[in-house]
Design a protein around this ligand. Structure first.
Ligand code: HQG
Length: 182
């Protein structure tokens, strides 16, 4: 597969495994896994012809390591970012003392009123560094970075999870733990 096709297929797989498995007629189990054989045949039937080797390249070379195979290689799932209700069985993990969230300037007022909410996804996504947060924020417009007092939240009993591709996840961030890093 040429790099353009890999990128196109990768985007579709991200949509399918995080948000809309029905878009190509597959189902995920309660832990978010799809059968590799089913994904390959349904991707192919929906205009994304691909073989097992192509999927291996997509998983291995994805810029954000968005997908993982199961240990036996028969299943695949997205590592984070779901809007559908799946249980990734992540363990609550003590976070670094500070985490960051990049958003658009237009969302700041609302966030400072009601806190960070997961919106359509299962979790709020937090970054360990400013650079990543800025990249995430710029997807939505002119970026602003919010600093999260993760140590304070953890002390107050809030739980954090770290996805296998290094994105920190939380159920939400109340306003008192947020400051704007203009
Ligand atoms: C905002 C990408 C108003 C929030 C990235 C964000 C990430 C509020 C937007 C991953 C709000 C949701 C997730 C409130 C939150 N009022 N706006 N109270 N609370 N928001 O895309 O974090 O490339 O669902 O700031 O790298 O931008 O897809 O979340 O702007 O890791 O793998 O509501 O997606 O990864 O947007 O991005 P999103 P996100 P991938």
């Amino acid at each position: 597969m040429d790099p353009r096709k890999i990128k196109r297929a990768s985007r579709k797989i991200s949509l399918v495994l995080r948000h809309q498995p029905e878009a190509i007629g597959i189902t995920l189990d309660k832990n978010g896994w799809a059968k590799v054989s089913e994904l390959l045949s349904r991707m192919s039937a929906n205009g994304y012809p691909m073989k097992r080797e192509d999927l291996t390249i997509i998983v291995r070379e994805n810029d954000k390591k968005r997908f993982s195979f199961s240990a036996d290689g028969r299943k695949i799932r997205a590592n984070q970012g779901h809007s559908i209700d799946v249980d990734l069985q992540l363990e609550a993990t003590p976070p670094p003392s500070k985490l960051f969230h990049g958003t658009a300037t237009t969302s700041v007022e609302s966030i400072l009123k009601s806190g960070l909410k997961p919106q359509k996804r299962q979790h709020v996504h937090l970054s360990v560094d400013l650079k990543t947060a800025a990249a995430v924020g710029s997807r939505h417009g002119r970026p602003v970075i919010l600093e999260i007092d993760a140590a304070g939240m953890a002390r107050d009993g809030y739980e954090f999870y770290c996805s296998v591709n290094g994105v920190w996840l939380a159920g939400g961030v109340p306003v008192e733990y947020l400051s704007v890093n203009w």
